[in-house]
Design a protein. Structure first.
Length: 357
């Protein structure tokens, strides 16, 4: 009998990477591995993406974990650094960095380094989160371009706010502003995250930065992963650990939140919010057992969920249950739980066993 297990399909991962290359054949690929490779396992996923040109992480400890795991490919620190003492660590470990605020530029100019940094200068074209202001871009580029602490040429980047909405003009406005600011500047350019790789061809540029689509999840709200020819990499599974009859009018679970409308049988599955299954998944959320869709009833507990097996169940103790993945898209579970697939994948906890297939 298995407990909560995330099966990671490495063939699906390779398939999804090939889809990126098919869509953007002229672009280099910065594969995004932040948040433990979206819950799939940082080093194991990096080891499989041998054809990626670079890896993107959010924080220094993620980059150092890749280096400690034997990963030698270029690594880009997408959130950049904050302190002067971070810079020697980046240099010593050959970690590239995004620069997005004047403070970082000041630290680069004023710190003595043993060798130059590889810098990705980020400009804010409308996301209004990270990135130098358009009015400051020329000055930022000038100072970094003149610094012996910066390997030349720099790379230039921006990030989109609404790329997953193919009918939203904001993305095209951001593309136009980025091109206006950078067209006369030397350096490879990158704009496209997963959604833009698919929906905005003129954003693909020299580099693309796929994240969610690598893991087989649609980054476009109106399109499914299957429609985009993406295959789910993670299938979250567990086992049926109890079956019990319930009479009409009896309640199930904390708060007596669900009451049986007829005589039925309840199955108990060994997974809960302690494993990363969303606590706010409502009654009616599907699970897949022996090829049959059955529905969650009652509240999600820390270690268990309950499902309605009906009046004449054929399931047996120990039967395998799919919570999302192959046969049951994580997008559907996210929609019912009123969240996004990113959160479900990234929230997988340490007690979930990862099995690489």
């Amino acid at each position: 009998m298995i407990t909560a297990t995330a099966e990671i399909n490495l063939t699906a991962l390779q398939h999804n990477f090939a889809q990126v290359k098919q869509i953007a054949p002229q672009s280099k690929v910065l594969a995004v591995l932040k948040a433990n490779a979206y819950g799939h396992g940082l080093v194991p996923i990096a080891e499989q993406l041998k054809d990626a040109d670079s890896f993107g992480v959010a924080r220094i400890d993620e980059a150092l974990a890749l280096r400690a795991g034997g990963i030698v490919k270029p690594i880009v620190l997408l959130e950049g650094f904050l302190h002067a003492q971070d810079l020697p660590i980046l240099v010593a470990n050959n970690i590239q960095t995004v620069v997005h605020i004047p403070h970082q530029i000041e630290l680069i100019l004023s710190t003595k380094l043993e060798s130059p940094l590889n810098v990705w200068l980020k400009v804010d074209t409308g996301m209004h989160r990270l990135g130098v202001a358009p009015a400051f871009f020329e000055e930022a580029y000038h100072w970094l371009n003149q610094s012996k602490n910066v390997h030349q040429p720099m790379r230039l980047m921006t990030h989109f706010a609404c790329a997953d909405e193919s009918d939203n003009d904001k993305t095209q406005q951001q593309i136009a502003l980025f091109e206006q600011l950078t067209s006369n500047h030397v350096g490879e350019k990158t704009m496209a995250n997963s959604a833009a790789v698919i929906a905005w061809p003129n954003a693909r540029a020299d580099w693309v930065r796929p994240g969610l689509m690598l893991y087989g999840v649609s980054p476009i709200s109106e399109l499914t992963a299957a429609e985009l020819h993406l295959s789910p990499v993670m299938t979250l599974k567990s086992s049926l650990i109890a079956i019990r009859p319930i009479k009409k009018g009896e309640s199930v679970g904390y708060g007596a939140a669900w009451v049986a409308q007829q005589d039925t049988n309840i199955g108990v599955i060994a997974i809960g919010y302690g494993d990363g299954y969303p606590r706010n998944a409502p009654s009616g959320t599907p699970v897949l057992i022996n090829g049959r869709i059955v529905l969650l009833v009652g509240r999600v507990s820390m270690d268990m969920i309950t499902i309605d097996l009906g009046s004449n169940p054929t399931e047996q103790l120990g039967d395998e249950v799919v919570l999302w993945g192959d046969g049951l898209p994580v997008e559907e579970i996210a929609r019912l739980a009123e969240t996004i697939p990113y959160e479900l994948l990234c929230n997988i906890t340490q007690r979930v066993k990862c099995l690489y297939l």
